[in-house]
Design a protein around this ligand. Structure first.
Ligand SMILES: Nc1ncnc2c1ncn2[C@@H]1O[C@H](COP(=O)(O)OP(=O)(O)OP(=O)(O)O)[C@@H](O)[C@H]1O
Ligand SMILES: [Mg+2]
Length: 379
């Protein structure tokens, strides 16, 4: 008899199919509609909200005749690496024995690859050591080849802002030029460095300016997420009341990764019914686990930065960090020093800045666990 592995229905890494995926219906529809209409898309959001998950979800729902390719270019440092990653992804997804597979290999071979095998997955990988001009030619040839196939292809490039740090100064302009020539390939660009992504796609000075449809991914609707949590427990013969699920969402500020993490732990620790005291135990265990990192951060920050961080964490959301009321009630220094500390915390990605639809700017702590730790410990 086949023994089925016990799967926790709350994934905390990677995409595991639609059974484990909550909502994002409108966003998926939006992506698919862009794709079939030949428009490229850009997805931006704060970290760990679900951009990568959404891309995989949409790629899994492509119309029958479409092919999807996903690459995460965060580890790449130059065009040469981008070509390596793109080629590796192609040889892993396309059968070598087909005529297209043969053509791909021929192009790859012409650029003198080093072939290796991933020690974990055993999948073939290629890397190159090309001059910048050669790297441009290589990427261009492989994209032209993909474009010439009888079916349309979607290429998703995750952590796309990385391209802005390549030493080849004209990478963006050059890639934009190629993208424009391809009529049978649609792109999805995504990235978590919001200011860099916005610069690339919304600044009139940049080559990709307004060249794609833009999605600012928001948090999943609370009610929908609560229903999803209840359902995931039920499917697996356990239960949680919707009000309890709502408490979990509240503690996690509906930030996808933290919701998934806490629900994963809660599900694992639940025998039959998950109650308030159970999620609180798990939440506390998560805070304890992370405590050494939080203490380390606290020690690295200046007194002014730590005070401001604590103030933002305890408020949850801050619209006017230099308002005299905020400064007074949290015992902060003069507004000039608050601004300096604010910029440092933004730079360290301990807090983030967002704008409401009516143009109001606010600040929040990035790591929900860190925020809750500060609140509980009140250090
Ligand atoms: N709609 C969803 N339903 C359930 N889990 C999700 C959903 N979207 C994302 N997740 C989970 O949340 C976590 C974070 O998602 P993901 O990695 O997609 O975020 P991201 O925005 O790409 O983050 P980063 O900016 O760090 O790259 C992952 O563990 C993923 O499995
Ligand atoms: Mg991601």
């Amino acid at each position: 008899m086949e023994i089925k592995p016990i799967i926790n229905p709350f994934s905390t890494a990677g995409y595991h199919g639609e059974l484990y995926f909550c909502d994002r219906e409108k966003e998926t529809e939006w992506l698919l509609s862009n794709i079939v209409n030949g428009n490229s898309s850009t997805i931006i959001s704060i970290r760990r909200l679900g951009k990568t998950g959404l891309i995989h979800h949409a790629l899994g729902k492509l119309p029958k005749n479409y092919k999807g390719i996903y690459i995460d270019i965060l580890p790449t440092e130059r065009l040469n690496d981008l070509f390596g990653l793109l080629s590796s992804s192609l040889i892993q997804s396309i059968n070598e024995n087909t005529s297209f597979g043969q053509k791909i290999w021929n192009v790859i071979k012409s650029f003198r690859p080093t072939v290796s095998f991933d020690s974990l997955s055993g999948q073939p990988q290629v890397s190159f050591d090309l001059k910048p001009s050669e790297a441009e030619n290589s990427i261009s040839s492989i994209l032209q080849l993909i474009n010439s196939q009888p079916y349309p292809t979607v290429i998703a490039i995750d952590e796309f802002q990385q391209i802005a740090s390549y030493p080849e100064k004209n990478s963006e302009a050059w890639l934009r030029g190629i993208v424009q020539q391809l009529n049978n390939v649609v792109f999805i660009f995504s990235g978590s460095q919001q200011h860099l992504m916005s610069e690339i796609f919304s600044s009139p000075k940049r080559p990709f300016y307004r060249s794609t449809q833009l999605l600012k991914l928001q948090k999943i609707d609370r009610d929908t997420y609560a229903d999803f949590i209840v359902k995931q427990f039920e499917i697996n013969k356990k239960s949680i009341a919707k009000e309890t699920a709502a408490e979990v969402l509240n503690w996690c500020d509906t930030h996808t990764y933290y919701v998934q993490l806490l629900c994963n732990k809660l599900f694992a620790a639940t025998h039959k019914v998950a109650k308030t005291e159970h999620w609180k135990q798990q939440a506390n265990a998560l805070l304890m686990e992370q405590e050494p990192f939080f203490i380390n951060y606290r020690n690295l920050l200046t007194t002014a930065q730590w005070r401001l961080f604590k103030a933002i964490a305890s408020e949850g959301i801050v619209y006017h960090p230099t308002a005299s009321e905020f400064i007074r009630s949290h015992n902060l220094s003069a507004s000039a020093s608050v601004i300096r500390a604010l910029n440092s915390l933004l730079g360290y990605e301990l807090i983030y800045r967002e704008t409401t639809p009516n143009g109001e700017t606010y600040y929040k702590v990035y790591d929900i666990l860190f925020q809750n730790w500060v609140k509980v410990k009140n250090h």
